[in-house]
Design a protein around this ligand. Structure first.
Ligand code: PRX
Length: 667
């Protein structure tokens, strides 16, 4: 125990020492690197080298940190912006960088993942074991007809097989397309269909808080008739679900363990061009159609490896690292799988929820595995604050030396609690800003070097050039503006899968093909620190998960009772933002509680539980301009309880007063 008595909202203890300390900390504007923090990586040289010559810096890092089967001679090809190529005449294999080179260096016995199951099961998976399974699965996939460039879908919970599946694809040049386990099978279907996936790797069942969901059965119901999907590989994880044996379709379905058992144990890593596609990860954009963000081999791996090492100050010999994200998001790709494995680190991988079997499970794991570096999201920290400091205080968290945050702006209150209660006041916090598109962290403090200010992601990493622009493209040196990145970086997305036009349109149309438009607004303070404000497009950030208003709207409208719907974000203390849906029903139908739950279930079924609207507001009509465009700005005002903006451009201004009255009385 390393803090005062916990009295925060859990009704326990007297004295309020913690509260008093948190209050005092609120007056501290900046936190210098804690004096006791021993830095493990040399940064000054990187900063100087990147400032002097960014391309030479990246080339040097690519040679130092990655193992190439054929060395590159070209660093950046920027002849055809925004279609940049990095190290493209070089060849390497991501799985060889994550596994073979460590085993060859005598590290095969090192634990890659301390896997911890929801019911307390433990599995220590070494680098040698990971390599052995990866080779067998790679051969197994080949036996199913997978060739380089084929897309393989992965729909798995947080079990070690998810890393094996990704690495096996990388080993043979297949392109993985991981879908978050919390998405519904119909969302998986869409992502498999648009990417022409040939094989899907999934699981019999998935556990969540003591219950087991039948995953394979759901997949069968939704994906059974996909013409391009030739095989489904099924990991036996839970065994029969609800007493029902998993149904396997002869000729199409194969058990993962049988595939591995039958496969040749040796599969040499295929040398691939640095620009060979590594994975697609679908993410939400401004339209209902998710964007297939495409990352390639060399640049992506360099970004993940370099930033993981730098931002988390990793020493692979001594650190035990834990990122609490899910592999289904980019954070899991870069900072559970590729970055940590490339750096030969020992990680914790946890299957379950933060509040099961009890609210202290995370802290129990940190104490048990002696975790030194912990990386999580503000929404999780806010939940922990709510549950109370008495849960972390039950455990010895003194192994921790560094804390990270990602996914949304971290409010100073959560930052200070994290700093004090979890970090014992001695751990630097890295508030890391990045996106699925950027592949790796771009703006973040460097621990032990950068002074931090709660709520600011601080300054760019070496080799990265963010800037703020005004609406008309003028540079903003202090104040707010649109966040852009003005030069390419190795781990940037290369395109949107099979949609170059949308790629250019989305990110490079506003300020030209050399200026990447992030989609966030930000503020730059007098010290040159970046403060991310939030999205400027129709993307909602619920608990650090990206959802598009259009995607949720189209799911709601697909319900037979619905005539029209508009979705906006409302700020929320727990989840950052919450979804509010304004819905017009057909004909004489009435919006009652039963209809609310029907619609929420419907959205859960079409997208996933995380997309369920927090509030549904029944509207006789929606505010529209004379040209028929829904004015979401006004709906946001209504949802937030703000005074209404200009309503004069509305076709029927009375619509708004009716709505505002409804919202005032809605739950
Ligand atoms: O708005 C920013 C927010 O999350 C968006 C990216 O979401 P996604 O692609 O799902 O990736 C999330 C994990 C990297 C960004 O455009 N965001 C992410 N990290 C931060 C953040 N906002 C503020 N501070 C952060 N540290």
């Amino acid at each position: 125990m390393h803090t005062g008595s916990g009295t925060d909202g859990d009704g326990g203890g007297a004295g309020g020492a913690l509260e008093a300390e948190l209050e005092r900390l609120q007056t501290v504007e900046r936190f210098d690197p804690p004096p006791g923090f021993a830095r493990r990586q040399p940064y000054a040289a990187d900063v100087a080298a990147a400032a002097a010559d960014p391309l030479a810096f990246w080339a040097g890092k690519a040679r130092e940190l990655l193992t190439w089967q054929k060395p590159f001679t070209r660093v950046l090809d920027d002849a055809n912006p925004p279609f940049y190529k990095w190290f493209d005449d070089g060849e390497l294999n991501v799985s060889a960088n994550c596994l073979d080179r460590h085993v060859a260096a005598g590290l095969g016995g090192r634990v890659a993942y301390h896997w911890h199951g929801e019911e307390g099961e433990r599995r220590a998976v070494t680098y040698s074991e990971l390599l052995a399974d990866t080779q067998r699965l790679a051969n197994g996939l080949r036996s199913l007809g997978v060739v380089p460039g084929d897309v393989v879908g992965i729909y798995l919970p947080m079990i070690p097989e998810v890393a094996v599946a990704m690495l096996a694809c990388a080993r043979i040049g297949a392109v993985h397309n991981v879908v978050f386990g919390g998405f519904a099978p119909s969302a998986v279907r869409e992502r498999m269909e648009v990417s022409d996936a040939k094989v899907l790797i999934t699981v019999d069942g998935a556990r969540r808080k003591g219950r087991t969901a039948a995953v394979k059965a759901g997949v069968d119901a939704e994906l059974g008739d996909l013409p391009k999907l030739e095989h489904v590989v099924v990991v036996r994880s839970t065994g029969p679900v609800g007493g029902a044996e998993t149904v396997m379709t002869a000729g199409r379905d194969v058990w993962y363990h049988e595939l591995l058992a039958a496969a040749d144990p040796l599969c040499p890593p295929v040398p691939l061009s640095a620009e060979h596609p590594l994975f697609i990860l679908y993410s939400s954009g401004s339209t209902a159609k998710p964007k297939g963000i495409l990352h390639t081999t060399g640049g992506y791996l360099l970004g993940a490896t370099y930033t993981h090492r730098t931002v988390f100050d990793i020493d692979p010999e001594t650190d035990v690292y834990w990122c609490s994200a899910d592999v289904g998001w980019i954070t899991g790709h870069s900072y559970i799988v590729y970055g940590p494995l490339s750096n030969a680190v020992t990680s914790v991988m946890y299957e379950g929820a933060p509040d099961y079997p009890d609210y202290d499970i995370w802290w129990r794991l940190i104490a048990e595995y002696k975790v030194t570096v912990f990386y999580t999201a503000p929404t999780a920290i806010r939940a922990c604050i709510k549950w109370g400091a008495r849960y972390p205080e039950r455990h010895d968290l003194s192994s921790l030396r560094l804390l990270g945050s990602v996914g949304e702006p971290i409010n100073p209150k959560a930052w200070l609690w994290y700093h004090q209660v979890i970090g014992g006041g001695r751990c630097p916090i890295v508030d890391t800003w990045w996106q699925t598109e950027t592949g790796s962290i771009l703006i973040s403090p460097i621990p032990g070097v950068t002074s931090t200010k709660p709520g600011s992601a601080t300054t760019p990493l070496p080799g990265i050039s963010p800037a703020l622009l005004s609406e008309d493209g003028e540079p903003v040196t202090e104040g707010t503006g649109v966040l852009v990145i003005t030069s390419p970086w190795p781990s940037m997305l290369r395109t949107l899968y099979r949609d170059d036009e949308r790629f250019v349109q989305t990110y490079f149309s506003r300020f030209g093909p050399r200026t990447y438009v992030v989609g966030d607004a930000a503020r730059l303070d007098a010290d040159g620190y970046f403060w991310i404000i939030g999205r400027i497009d129709d993307v909602i950030n619920v608990s650090g998960h990206r959802l598009s208003t259009a995607e949720v709207e189209s799911a709601i409208v697909a319900h037979e009772a619905v005539a029209e719907a508009a979705v906006v974000a409302q700020s929320d203390e727990d989840t950052g933002q919450a979804i509010v849906a304004f819905v017009t029903l057909r004909g004489e139908l009435v919006g009652d509680d039963a209809m609310v739950s029907q619609l929420r279930d419907h959205v859960a079924h079409r997208i996933g539980k995380l997309a369920r609207p927090r509030r549904i507001i029944w509207a006789d009509d929606l505010p529209k301009t004379r040209s028929g465009k829904i004015m979401r700005r006004l709906l946001r005002d209504v949802a937030e309880g703000r005074e209404l903006g200009d309503v004069t451009t509305l076709r029927d201004p009375a619509v708004m007063s009716a709505l505002a009255a409804k919202v005032a009385t809605a739950p």
